[in-house]
Design a binder for this molecule. Structure first.
Ligand code: FMN
Length: 198
């Protein structure tokens, strides 16, 4: 099949997020301008580059995470292990600004080192970020997309020491879950090595 993206795909659900998958989940912690911690998962999330290290997540409208990052200039990416899938899901509930999702999800907070955002206790890794930019893209028809791309430069990296094996971050131990389309998630599969030519 082929469809023009601005026309009906004829499928029961939009396949976009099932094709752009699996996506890493950025479990984003922030603090509001009133000092209330906030936590929510974002799978329109990725690294932009590693030197300097820059992360990005995209918010449908200005949700609390993006608003807090805009207000305070800081956010933290927390890694989601499979053992934390239920807490991650609870933290995605639509709740009023001012509700601390660490509490609703039953998670402990650990103070940040370079930012005021706490990280999730027990996460295998976290990256503390200072806001660089928030971009609201203009679409082909000239209108603004209802999404905001939040970019932050990493200022501090936490790694649980037990997640380091032979000097490497051990993805098997960290056991990430990733987002696919619909209500699907993907867990770890085989790991294989392939060197680039040249
Ligand atoms: C796995 C997962 C990934 C999500 N990814 C996104 C995303 O990329 N962008 C978005 O706007 N909402 C996403 N959501 C929904 C938000 O987590 C949800 O709207 C949440 O309430 C936002 O919280 P906040 O207002 O505290 O930032 C996702 C939800 C789940 C469960």
């Amino acid at each position: 099949m082929f469809y023009q993206a601005d026309q009906d795909h004829g499928l029961p659900f939009n396949p976009f997020k099932a094709i752009v998958a699996p996506r890493p989940i950025g479990w984003i912690s922030t603090v509001s301008k009133d000092g209330v911690p906030n936590l929510a998962p974002y799978s329109f999330f990725n690294g932009l580059c590693d030197v300097p290290p820059i992360l990005m997540f995209s918010s449908g409208n200005m949700k609390d995470s993006a608003q807090n990052a805009a207000d305070t200039g800081e956010f933290t990416f927390n890694y989601v292990s499979r053992s934390m899938q239920d807490q991650m899901n609870v933290s995605s509930a639509s709740v009023e600004a001012g509700i601390n999702e660490f509490e609703t999800a039953g998670l402990e907070m650990v103070a940040g080192n370079t930012v005021s955002c706490p990280r999730v206790a027990g996460t295998p890794a976290a990256m503390e970020c200072k806001l660089l930019d928030i971009i609201n893209p203009t679409t082909l028809d000239g209108s603004k997309a209802p999404y905001f791309l939040v970019l932050g430069q990493v200022s501090g990296v936490y790694i649980d020491d037990s997640m380091i094996s032979n000097g490497r971050f051990d993805i098997e131990k960290a056991d990430p879950i990733m987002r696919a389309g619909y209500h699907d998630y993907v867990a770890m599969g085989d790991i294989f090595e392939m060197k680039r030519p040249g």
